[in-house]
Design a protein around this ligand. Sequence first.
Ligand code: NAD
Ligand code: MLT
Length: 312
Amino acid sequence: MTYNILISDPLHKEGITPLLNHKDIHVDIHTDLTSEQLVAKIGSYDGLLVRSQTQVTKELLEHARNLKIVGRAGVGVDNIDLDAATERGIIVVNAPNANTNSAAEHTMAMIMALSRKIPQAYFALKNHQWDRKNYVGVELKNKTLGIIGLGRIGTEVAYRAKGQRMKVFAYDPFLSPEKAEKMGIAFGTLEEVLKTSDFITVHTPLMKETKHLINEEAFNLMKPGVQIVNCARGGIIDEEALYKAIISKKVAGAALDVFEKEPIHHHVLLELPEVIATPHLGASTVEAQKNVTIDVSEDVVNFFAGDVVRNP
Ligand code: NAD
Ligand code: MLT
């Protein structure tokens, strides 16, 4: 029996070795398919491997008559219709641990770039302007970093921020204050964190409960001059509310790795000098991409061998 696997997003070449080496698995790589082309092709596949670009919708799954497993090479499964997959008995596996470090490092890079206006100063200098007046930053030392969502990445960000001698203040409704205390991280309500932080970084999944968690009401609670970071998911922060908060000078700066709709080429937030951005690069390191791909590939191999999968 041969199992046909389709890889529809660019994944690390070496990471798929467990699939390529398996005698009963045949792999096709098609990373430029339109959603219509994918719908037309999916019927002949037993497994599908994606990153975050491919939208595994209900409609796609309705055409996936042989599909048994979807592997998500990364953490967020918000590009996969989990209810539709469950209805059809299709298992979804992800790789929740392998890009934690990269995402935490990217978050710290964004916080540091934001606080010292490095992208803006770089852009000016590349445009032949030696300007030292407009790019005065603020120190991180003794500033409060509010962390919303103290899971894998939020925790790693907390430890790194402490290394920068920041005060860390976290909110996570699913973590006990005792556990946060054991981790040496001060813990409060969402309102307390919003009211007291100089920098706020979000690290929750995108779900209906977290959609627009940072909205106009939340911005109203924040300190004037607060700086906002989102390296988690577009949509956790209400982009329109963020735009208004920057224009009104309530928010002094924002660093965004993710957007409500991706990919984007034009966006009003990108027109603002206070906003720095990267195109969803949080997990884009050689190490993370190799490891997330190995993790899901091994899970797919184990699944077809009838063995236990690690991250269903
Ligand atoms: P995780 O599941 O380990 O942590 C998420 C935390 O959010 C949990 O502790 C959970 O209790 C908490 N949470 C849930 N609902 C909440 C709420 N309403 N308010 C506050 N906290 C809440 O996930 P993770 O691996 O740390 O990933 C965090 C986010 O980062 C996810 O959205 C993931 O998709 C994203 N991510 C982005 C990149 C990137 O490339 N930018 C890379 C990796 C992960
Ligand atoms: C994730 O959820 O793992 C991230 O969005 C990383 C990615 O796949 O780009």
